[in-house]
Design a protein around this ligand. Structure first.
Ligand code: FES
Length: 163
């Protein structure tokens, strides 16, 4: 198990107190871990594995099965581009590529170095009549263009971070 700092251990203990050790609670435990840290740190998995006597592989089995879990820090702003059929036909791929270029996100990454933005793709979000659709910080925007998207990103970049 990797060592954790006293501060992190206090956070982990808080999450632990909410849970009993049976297998059925792994999902809610992971949700609480992600809530506490913004993602699921490897150290936290090791810590819980030891405390609860559950192999780390069981945690990672759940983490990799559910797309809601993330093992890397996410950006403060989440931009999700729909890449379903209707949005694809209306140029969602070009949209997301220009956004990634603008934010300097390299191919295998999804988050900017300064952790201001995470850019990801999803399948149809059910608003095909407004294709191409983008979700920015949980709000859906339809008929998106590269220009509109860049303006919104600039506005978000200018906002004061609320960490
Ligand atoms: S394909 Fe994008 S909203 Fe349906």
């Amino acid at each position: 198990m990797l060592e954790v700092s006293p501060e992190v251990e206090k956070k982990l203990d808080g999450v632990l107190q909410k849970h009993i050790t049976d297998e059925g609670n792994i999902i809610s435990l992971l949700q609480d871990m992600q809530e506490a840290f913004g993602y699921i740190p490897e150290k936290a998995v090791g810590w819980f594995s030891k405390k609860l006597d559950i192999p780390e592989s069981r945690f990672y089995g759940v983490i990799t099965f559910y797309s809601q879990f993330h093992t890397h820090p996410r950006g403060r702003n989440l931009i999700t581009a729909c890449c379903g059929t209707a949005c694809h036909v209306k140029g969602s791929e070009r949209l997301i590529n220009s956004l990634r270029r603008e934010l300097n996100i390299v191919e295998e990454e999804d988050t900017t170095d300064d952790r201001k933005f995470t850019v990801e793709k999803v399948a149809c979000i059910g608003t095909c009549s407004m294709a191409p659709a983008v979700i920015i910080n949980k709000k859906i925007y339809g008929n998106m263009t590269a220009d509109k998207l860049m303006k919104m990103v600039k506005t978000l970049e200018g906002k004061k971070n609320e960490d």
